[in-house]
Design a binder for this molecule. Structure first.
Ligand code: ADP
Length: 524
C-alpha cells in the first residue's frame, strides 16, 4: 500500500500513524480512509481485492467512484452531514446499500463509519462488508417460505410480523403490506389474545421447535372476522438481526368437517346396527313363540288325528263287517240296484280303512319316534320290497338298488319312507313299459343323498313342491286310488332325520325322488 498522499501523516504521532496504517492494511475487512473533501486517502489490501483496483488507482480520487451512479449525486450531501456530526455509526440506516467494482458490477454492502480527528482535519475510516452471500441466503430463505404449501408467518421478539408468504395472504384475507409490521395477535380471535401474548413471550425465553397449543383447539381470525380451526408449528429462527419465530399455519376446517362427518356416520351406523339387532332379536323371539305355538298345535293336531282315526276304526270295522255280511248273504237275492249299492258301500269301507291307516301313520311319526340307531340301508330296502312284494309280482316290476350305506336313523320310519317312495314309483307307472325302480345312494361332504328313480308317468314342474303337502293328490280315485298322505309322511320322516326331500321329474320321462340324511357323530 502506498504511503503517498497519506495526508494524515503527523510528525509528532508518526509512530501511531504507522501502527494504525499497518493495522488497517492487514485487517480482514475492506477499509478506506476518506478525507474531509471526500477523497480517498488510504486503501487496504482487502479493499483493493473487493473493488478490483490497485491502490494507486484509488488514492486521491473522490470516494464516489465506488458508489453506484444513481446514488452518486446525493452522496456528497450525506458525507457533509456526517462531517457536521461525526460519530461512529452504520451507514444507510435501514436502506440497502450497494457498491461498484472496477468492472462496473454492483454488490450489496454493509458499511461502518468511524471519524478520526487529526491536525489536518477529520478523516473517516470506512469499513465495507460484502453481504452478497448473506443476501443470497436470505433470498433463498424467503423463496422457500414463499413456495411453502401452507401459510408461514415470521414474527420478531415483539410479536410484529416481519415475513409472510402468499398462502398467508390467502388464508387471512390481508394483503402482504398490511400484514408486515402488524402484531400477530391481530390474527388471533380476541378472546385468546392476552393468553397468546403471554405464550409468545414464554416461547422466546425458551425457544424450541414444537407444535403450538398442545391439546387445545386453536383458531385463526380472518380479516372479515371469520374464525377457522388451525394447526400451528413453531420454529425459532435467527435471520441475522435477532431471534424470530417462524410459524407454519394449516387450516384444518376441512379435516374437522370430515372428522365430524365420520363420527356422525359412525354413530348413525352404530345406532342402526343397535336398532337392527334389537329388531332381529325381537323377530327371533316372536318366531320362537310362533314355532312353539305351531309345534304345540301340530302336536295337538296329530293327537287329534290319532285319537279321531283310532276311535273311527271300531265303528268302521262294524259297518264294514255288516256290509260284507250283507254282500255275502244277500248277493243276488235283492234287485240289481241293491247289489250295486252294497258293492259301493264295501268299496267305500275299504277306502275309509286305508285313509284311517294313513292318517294314523302320519300322526305317529313324532309320537312313536324312537332313538336313532345304526341302520343298514340295504336292510331297509329289503324290508320295503318285501312289504310291496304282491304288487311287484302283479306288475312284473323290476326293483333294484346300488350299494347302500349304513346310517343312523329310526328303522321302522326309514322302511315306511322307502315303502312309500317305491310304492308310488310302482303305482304311477307308465301303461306301456315294465315298471323299473332303482334305489341308489351318493356320499357328499355333509351326508348321504339317496335317490329313488322310476320310469313312470312323471310330474309337471308346477306340482313339484305341492305334492309333499298332506292330502295333495294329482289324480282322482278311479284313475289312481290314494289318500295324498304318503309324500307328507316321507317329508316328515326325512325332516326328523335332519334332511330334506325333493323331486326331479318331467311328464312322460319318469321321476327321481331325492332325500338327504346328514352324517352324525355316531356314523364315525
Ligand atoms: P297318493 O299316492 O296317496 O295320492 P302321495 O302323497 O304319495 O299320495 O303322492 C301325492 C301325489 O304325487 C300323487 O297323487 C301323484 O300324483 C304324485 N306322485 C307321487 N309319486 C309319484 C311318482 N313316482 N310318479 C308320478 N307321480 C307321483
Amino acid at each position: 500500500m502506498s504511503q503517498e498522499g497519506s495526508a494524515i501523516a503527523l510528525s509528532d504521532h508518526a509512530g501511531v500513524v504507522e501502527r494504525l496504517t499497518a493495522i488497517i492494511e492487514y485487517s480482514p475487512t475492506a477499509m478506506l480512509l476518506v478525507d474531509g473533501h471526500g477523497r480517498i486517502a488510504l486503501v487496504n489490501r482487502e479493499a483493493e481485492i473487493l473493488f478490483g483496483y490497485d491502490d494507486a488507482e484509488l488514492v486521491g480520487r473522490a470516494v464516489e467512484m465506488l458508489v453506484p451512479a444513481e446514488s452518486r449525486p446525493h452522496h456528497p450531501a450525506l458525507r457533509d452531514a456526517f462531517g457536521s456530526d461525526p460519530r461512529p455509526r452504520r451507514m444507510g440506516a435501514g436502506r440497502d446499500l450497494f457498491a461498484v467494482r472496477k468492472d462496473g458490477s454492483r454488490f450489496p454492502v454493509e458499511i461502518g463509519l468511524n471519524p478520526i480527528r487529526t491536525e489536518n482535519g477529520t478523516y473517516v475510516l470506512v469499513a465495507i462488508v460484502d453481504i452478497s452471500e448473506r443476501k443470497r441466503l436470505e433470498a433463498r430463505f424467503r423463496a422457500t417460505i414463499e413456495s411453502a404449501p401452507m401459510a408461514m408467518v415470521m414474527i420478531d421478539a415483539r410479536g410484529a410480523i416481519v415475513l409472510v408468504n402468499a398462502e398467508t395472504e390467502k388464508l387471512f384475507g390481508y394483503g402482504r403490506e398490511q400484514l408486515l409490521g402488524m402484531t400477530v395477535e391481530a390474527l388471533v380471535p380476541p378472546r385468546f389474545r392476552t393468553g397468546h401474548a403471554h405464550q409468545r413471550e414464554a416461547f422466546f425465553t425458551a425457544p424450541e421447535a414444537r407444535r403450538m397449543g398442545a391439546g387445545r383447539e386453536l383458531y385463526g381470525l380472518r380479516r372479515d372476522g371469520g374464525e377457522f380451526p388451525v394447526e400451528i408449528g413453531l420454529n425459532p429462527v435467527d435471520p441475522g438481526d435477532g431471534m424470530c419465530v417462524l410459524a407454519a399455519i394449516v387450516d384444518i376446517t376441512e379435516r374437522k368437517r370430515l372428522e365430524a362427518a365420520l363420527l356422525r356416520a359412525n354413530e348413525e351406523l352404530e345406532e342402526r346396527v343397535r336398532d337392527r339387532t334389537a329388531q332381529l332379536l325381537r323377530q327371533a323371539e316372536e318366531m320362537r313363540h310362533a314355532n312353539e305355538a305351531l309345534e304345540n298345535s301340530n302336536m295337538e293336531l296329530q293327537q287329534f288325528a290319532y285319537i279321531a282315526s283310532h276311535d273311527l276304526q271300531s265303528p268302521l270295522r262294524s259297518i264294514s263287517g255288516f256290509v260284507q255280511l250283507l254282500q255275502s248273504e244277500y248277493a243276488g237275492k235283492l234287485d240289481a240296484q241293491a247289489d250295486d249299492w252294497i258293492r259301493r258301500a264295501v268299496r267305500s269301507c275299504e277306502q275309509m280303512h286305508v285313509l284311517i291307516r294313513d292318517i294314523l301313520a302320519y300322526s305317529r311319526i313324532d309320537s312313536r319316534a324312537r332313538p336313532f340307531e345304526p341302520v343298514r340301508f340295504r336292510q331297509v330296502f329289503d324290508d320295503a320290497v318285501s312289504l310291496l312284494h304282491a304288487s311287484i309280482r302283479e306288475l312284473g316290476a323290476e326293483v333294484t338298488c346300488g350299494e347302500l350305506p349304513e346310517i343312523m336313523g329310526d328303522p321302522p320310519q326309514l322302511v315306511q319312507l322307502l315303502e312309500n317312495l317305491i310304492g308310488n314309483a310302482l303305482k304311477y307307472h307308465g301303461k306301456e313299459q315294465t315298471p323299473h325302480v332303482h334305489v341308489a345312494a351318493e356320499i357328499a361332504a355333509d351326508g348321504w343323498t339317496f335317490s329313488v328313480r322310476d320310469n313312470g308317468i312323471g310330474i309337471e314342474a308346477r306340482h313339484h313342491e305341492r305334492i309333499f303337502e298332506i292330502f295333495r293328490r294329482l289324480h282322482d280315485q278311479r284313475e289312481y286310488p290314494g289318500t295324498g298322505i304318503g309324500l307328507a309322511v316321507c317329508r316328515r320322516v326325512v325332516q326328523r332325520h335332519g334332511g330334506r326331500i325333493w323331486v326331479e321329474s318331467e311328464p312322460g320321462r319318469g321321476s327321481v325322488f331325492h332325500f338327504t340324511i346328514p352324517l352324525r357323530k355316531e356314523d364315525g
